[in-house]
Every structure is written in C-alpha cells, then in structure tokens.
Write a protein that binds this ligand. Sequence first.
Ligand code: BJW
Ligand code: ZN
Length: 241
Amino acid sequence: MELRIEEKSCLCVLTGAGVSAESGVQTFRGQGGLWEGMLIEQIASPKGFEQTPSLLWRFYGKRRRMAKRVEPNAGHHALVEWEQRLGERFLLVTQNVDGLHQRAGSKRVIPLHGHLMETRCTKCQRVFFDENTYMEEGEGLPRCQECRGLLRPNVVWFGEMLDKHYLEEISEFMKAAGEHLVFVAAGTSGQVYPAAGLVDEVNCMRGKSWLVDVDPPEFYAGRFNHVVRGKSGEVLPKLWP
Ligand code: BJW
Ligand code: ZN
C-alpha cells in the first residue's frame, strides 16, 4: 500500500513515541513503556511538579541522558525526504520531545509537546537550551541564574495549554488543504488530546488518513481510512517511496 500524492495534495504527518522506538527511545504506555504501572497523568502534571519536583527532575534527567545517546532512524529520515519533495505542502506535527526529527533535518516541524533539552524558569519564563541539568541524587533543585526561580523542563504536561500558535498553524494548513489533505499518524497510541483529535478533523474535511503502528490500538485505528501494521522505520520509507 502506498500514499497517493497528487499535484494538489498536502501531507500532514503526526508522530508519536513509536517513531523514536527504533532509535532506542522508550515509548510511554504499554509493555516496557516508561510509564508502565505509573499514574502518569498525575505525575507529569503541574500538580505533580509542585508536589515532587525532585522526582520529576530525576525522571527528565534520565531521559536527557538517554536522548543524547540516540540517533534518528529510517523513519525520521523518510520524513525529511517527504518534506524536501513537497516543501510548503508538507507539515510535520510531533508529540515527541526528543528532538530527533530536528536532528535528522526536518525543518517544518511543530513540536507540540515541547523540548526535552530545553529548560524554562517558572518565575521569569526564560527558556534556554540545556541538556546538562539532570538533578543527581543529593543535589538541590535547579534554580534560575537570573532570578533564582525554580527551573522546569520546557515540555507540556497534562492539564497545560499547548502553544496556541502551533494549533493555529496546524489548523490553517489543514483548512487550506481541504479534501486534498493526506494525513499520516505514526507510532502514537491516540490517547492524548488535542493530537489524538486531528484525525477527526481530517475526516470532517474528507481528507485521507493513514495510521502506521506496530500494534495499532483498535479504538484509534477505527478512525483511519488505512491502517498499516509495522515498525515506522520500515513502513514509512516504503509508504511513499
Ligand atoms: C510503534 C513502534 C514502532 C511502538 N513503530 N509504532 C479531550 C478529551 C479528553 C481529555 C482531554 C481532551 N483535551 C484535552 C484533554 C486533557 C489531556 C488529555 O489528553 N488527557 C487524556 C489522557 C484523555 N490533554 C492535555 O492536558 C493537553 N493539554 C490541553 O489540551 O490543554 C487544554 C486543556 C487542558 C485541560 C483540559 C482540557 C483542555 C496536554 C497534553 C500533554 C501531553 N504531554 C505528554 C508528556 C510530555 C513530556 C514528556 O515527554 O514527558 O506527552 S504525555 C505523553 O503522551 C507525551 C506524549 O507526547 C503523549 C502521547 O504519547 P504517544 O506518543 O502516543 O506514545 P505512547 O507510548 O502512548 O504510544 C506509542 C505507540 O507507538 C503505541 O501505539 C505503540 O504500539 C507504537 N509503537 N513501537 C511504530 N517501532
Ligand atoms: Zn528566572
């Protein structure tokens, strides 16, 4: 099965943790996932950070160390090539915070859930690139050098607003494409909104939708026109060769 990309087609790709799995990044849910057995909606939330900031910092510290060691895979590279072929008729929306799409060379990327390697001050809101705050055992909480405010990873937690400019950009891209929209979701369990609702918008405008997943969740797969079962690093390069 291959995508049908015609002269007027616009392609929007939504990626999730599964796309980075073949690079060695753990997914969130399911067997062997980062959050297996954890009530993550409570922990990865502003309240969780308020109650146990050190727990969250150690969690993100581990993920920073891991993300530094991994490399983009064939799935990431296929998406760079799609962007090069389509230019402004392509948009990549990623829920991943690991930066692998950007490192692979994708430029038209919307990082919906933020960046793992960025830190933000909860007081003065300053954001900076920072791959080295880990918060080791016994260390105090990381504080802002400018204002001494508590620092946090620059990611989006449950109950927090996503950047409204990102949502507007996606919505404008989709609306401009209308029925010529082709939407591919890859490696996402479709449990987290608003990303999980994008496919419904595609259906409303009569676009075409594809899901690529090694183990497609039934409740999500039923909302797509086509479902391809397989690893994204193997499927994506063949989906539009
Ligand atoms: C492979 C593979 C391989 C494996 N190849 N596949 C509407 C309805 C109900 C609730 C809400 C709603 N709108 C908003 C909400 C509330 C909430 C929400 O969605 N709750 C749900 C749990 C119901 N959403 C929010 O709070 C969002 N904010 C918001 O909407 O603001 C406005 C608002 C606030 C409050 C109320 C209402 C409105 C914010 C969501 C932020 C999510 N943040 C996280 C953490 C980021 C930081 C971090 O990384 O730690 O983002 S949660 C976590 O889940 C992370 C991920 O990006 C996200 C999605 O996970 P993903 O990518 O799908 O991973 P997995 O592990 O779930 O799935 C992996 C898939 O890959 C599986 O299917 C595998 O089979 C597959 N796979 N290997 C291909 N090789
Ligand atoms: Zn500050």
